[in-house]
Design a protein around this ligand. Sequence first.
Ligand SMILES: Nc1ncnc2c1ncn2[C@@H]1O[C@H](COP(=O)(O)OP(=O)(O)O[C@H]2O[C@H](CO)[C@@H](O)[C@H](O)[C@H]2O)[C@@H](O)[C@H]1O
Length: 649
Amino acid sequence: MATHTLFFSPATLCKKSALLPRHVSLSSSVTQIAVSGGTLPQRPRDHGLRWRCLAEDRSQVELPHDEPHAPASLEDAEDPELNSREEESNGSAHVATVIRTEEELDEELITSITSKEESKAPIMSIEESKEDSKEIKVKFSIVFVTAEAEPYSKTGGLGDVCGSLPVALAARGHRVMVVLPRYLNGQSEKVYSNAVDLGKRAKVSCFGADHEVAFFHEFRENVDWVFVDHPAYRRPGNPYGDNYGAYGDNQFRFSLLSHAACEAPLVLELGGFNYGEKCIFVANDWHAGLVPVLLGAKYRPWGVYKDARSILVIHNIAHQGVEPATTYPNLGLPPDWYGALEWVFPNWARKHALDKGEAVNILKGAIVTADRIVTVSEGYSWEITTPEGGYGLDGLLTSRKSVINGIVNGIDVTDWDPATDQHIPFHYSIDDLSGKALCKADLQRELGLPMRPVTPLIGFIGRLDYQKGTDLVLSALPEIMQMDIQLVMLGSGNVAYEEWMRSAEYTYRDKFRGWVGFNVPISHRITAGCDIIIMPSRFEPCGLNQLYAMRYGTVPVVHCTGGLRDTVETFNPFGDEGRGTGTGWAFSPLTKERLLWALGLAVSTYRDYRSSWEGLMKQGMSKDFTWDTAASNYEQIFEWASIDPPYVQ
Ligand SMILES: Nc1ncnc2c1ncn2[C@@H]1O[C@H](COP(=O)(O)OP(=O)(O)O[C@H]2O[C@H](CO)[C@@H](O)[C@H](O)[C@H]2O)[C@@H](O)[C@H]1O
């Protein structure tokens, strides 16, 4: 019988029983309870001391290798050599800023030089801090788990973030792996041409069988890109579905990903060393949501991953990975962990009188087991704790408020740079905007719109769905078309909106263009060629198009919500002693009238106040949207996570 140790902050202790797996209750199976910074007398408050006590307790746990849920690679994970750098008395060794004597320093340096690649030290790489200070900064081993990452796969912002943030963290000296599926759909094969089969196979026990997965690997921009290969990822369509809708087996496909990702740090030797147990998992959205649950349910009972931490990043809470409760036994979790994923729909959401509303919810499982939770803007981190923004999870999220943080996404400023962008016909910069006018003319030509330089060209890029407020544009279109403007929309999604875009093109031949599809080059050309970008999103966890737009001197008009509120500052012509401040317009509430009001202001400023407009463009262009700021904020989260003991043990 494994030992479960749970750590609760005093503030949330009273609410905990609601969050726990069903088999764990505060009065029965829990054998150790520690209160972080709290007043329970059984445990010392000092972190290091407490950790030592627990380490002793753990050493008494027998690790039955033949148990059904024991990880395949337990022995690898327990390899004392690989884990030899573990701090003796402090479990949070991978973040500790430690002071070394000169001899120890030399020894560390020699070890680091003699390793095959300096950046691939077994658990952590150590660098000397500046000058002759003896302080050494310990870096993290980070494992991103995601359904998509550019340039391999992208259907939206998740792909952008998971393609860039790992690179930014690696550039800061961390060892970073990204685990994602190897989607082969008949067209995508070439993007994996540099990825080699590592020859390692792992058996994943779920959905009533042992599924063998292979791992492909590419080392690019100092990041280990690891692709999980399985027949379920080989089919026409995008990562989540095809022309007929979402795949019916997505729960299986992403359970497989989470299981495989948990094995990767233990079994894969990358650059000569595996990542080992002391890593930080960054689980993105529900697709990777089983990762924190597996750490607690499948690995830690056998002493594996006891020093790992998990960070859940919520990019969009509207998608939670909910399936009928009867699918629980498929997930490869112990039966008594059902409570962690248990989800009951409210009465109004049930389909018929006999529907009990019982379901499993993978994102919920991640929320109640992850060590920390990050959302992609500060505004959104608050919104998800409200009934309006929490999509039913607000209560649980409120109970974990103390570990939720918002970090605004950055953008890939190399890919999205108007001075060098390979997708746009002319280049420009904040010092010479002339190329932007040429981009606009070229876009009008490409779209078959009248080439009128003084007519404001407005753009919309995004999924055609409820979140992005496509219906609001639809309802406001007759009034928008009465303005002297041109409007181009690029997007795909809801078929009804796609049809509407096509028919609007016939109705407003000289003013409106609708481009149905997912097309990255044209998205760059719209961002560069337009004067204004509209984003009437109903909710927007961060939003990237407004960031790209500002970098390209294209002024955003957005609904004041989530990350849009955090990143777009409404223009104030009287600010800064009359020179004007702001980068766009953020309107509220989300109504047709307010959208038209904000758009009207933008259009009249463009037409009648040219110098103010240029100021607006330049203020947007001079904002710092690099990933470096976000990456350093993520480091802080990793540090906090590592200082605290694992949330579920
Ligand atoms: N038809 C099309 N053709 C070409 N490119 C297209 C396109 N439609 C969209 N894109 C591109 O896809 C990305 C979408 O970014 P968003 O920020 O709108 O993310 P999304 O809502 O998918 O994801 C979620 O995750 C991201 C990342 O955290 C959050 O910013 C966001 O608020 C949240 O909803 C952008 O790069 C955009 O240019």
